[in-house]
Design a protein around this ligand. Structure first.
Ligand SMILES: C[S@@+](CC[C@H](N)C(=O)[O-])C[C@H]1O[C@@H](n2cnc3c(N)ncnc32)[C@H](O)[C@@H]1O
Length: 272
């Protein structure tokens, strides 16, 4: 029978939890209230992390298939929602591998360490460090994630992935000011594209992400750029997922250089 008109039925996000997913962890992360319920903010966060876990799943499936002790590094980790959820869903279940959270803010590191200890997540480690200075004991990471790492921190994450020979890189870039700032000084036939500050910001972000994709391709990654999640959840909605399948790609490097030359700007950290 057809449903009567009225408010659309709300889907229950708790029904979307993965089998065996830890409810106490979700409470500790304040994704669930202490009664096990959801508010508007936590509902959004839960949907976002579960969606992200699905997007990153192929990388972790590969890592657990191919590596005895897979390593995932989450950079600009913030409260480490992503690291905790991925540890719970993959690393705890498998009983092997390590998750590192890299974050520059001391108080966030301290809270994350406490939650990891309470959750008995013994193979979850936190490094209080800028991404560019972070060194893993293994010297390698199989999967690197950086979710909404601010401005040039995403570029630091790309360099970290290369230095640590990551097979997979998952990025959801955040606010990007650097290239937009430089565009302000670039004159030429295309200048109308970034004349107004809001357009300069958006065009700068677009150009930054295009160059990031090409940079990864030039280093041998196959790059897929998709929507991160519905716009109602985040205005920073681009998801860059890259898998390394060769050492380098000279043609992509030519395209990167050509675009930098045409535009006259590039993220400073990614200049060849
Ligand atoms: C917008 S928050 C995102 C946090 C988390 N990834 C998430 O999506 O919930 C960005 C975090 O990155 C950290 N951060 C920014 N730049 C960083 C850098 N260069 N090195 C390490 N952490 C950085 C900030 O302190 C902040 O906690």
């Amino acid at each position: 029978m057809a449903k009567p008109h009225g408010k659309p039925a709300k889907t229950d996000p708790l029904a979307e939890l993965w089998p065996g997913q830890s409810v106490p962890l979700l409470k500790a992360l304040h994704i669930l209230t202490h009664n096990g319920g959801l508010n508007a903010d936590s509902r959004r966060k839960l949907k976002q992390v579960l969606h992200l876990a699905n997007l990153i799943r192929p990388a972790l499936d590969w890592a657990f298939r191919e590596k005895e002790q897979p390593v995932l590094a989450d950079l600009g980790a913030g409260k480490s929602y992503l690291g905790f959820i991925l540890y719970d869903l993959f690393f705890a279940k498998e009983g092997r591998g390590t998750v590192y959270g890299v974050e520059s803010r001391h108080e966030l590191i301290e809270t994350s360490k406490k939650i990891a200890a309470e959750s008995h997540f013994g193979r979850m480690q936190f490094l209080e460090s800028a991404i560019r200075d972070a060194r893993l004991p293994e010297g390698k990471a199989d999967v690197v994630t950086a979710l909404h790492a601010c401005d040039t921190a995403t570029d630091e994450a790309i360099l970290f992935a290369l230095e640590n020979e990551a097979r997979f890189v998952a990025l959801a870039p955040c606010c990007q000011a650097e290239v937009a700032r430089e565009l302000d000084h670039v004159k030429g036939p295309m200048q109308q594209l970034w004349r107004h500050p809001i357009q300069r910001r958006e065009f700068g972000a677009q150009l930054t992400n295009v160059l990031r994709g090409l940079f990864l391709e030039a280093h041998g990654y196959k790059v897929r750029v998709t929507e991160f999640t519905g716009l109602e959840h985040s205005l920073k909605n681009e998801f860059i997922f890259a898998e390394r399948h060769q050492r380098s790609n000279p043609q992509a490097r030519v395209e990167f250089d050509k675009l930098v030359q045409q535009m006259g700007v590039a993220p400073a950290l990614l200049k060849f």
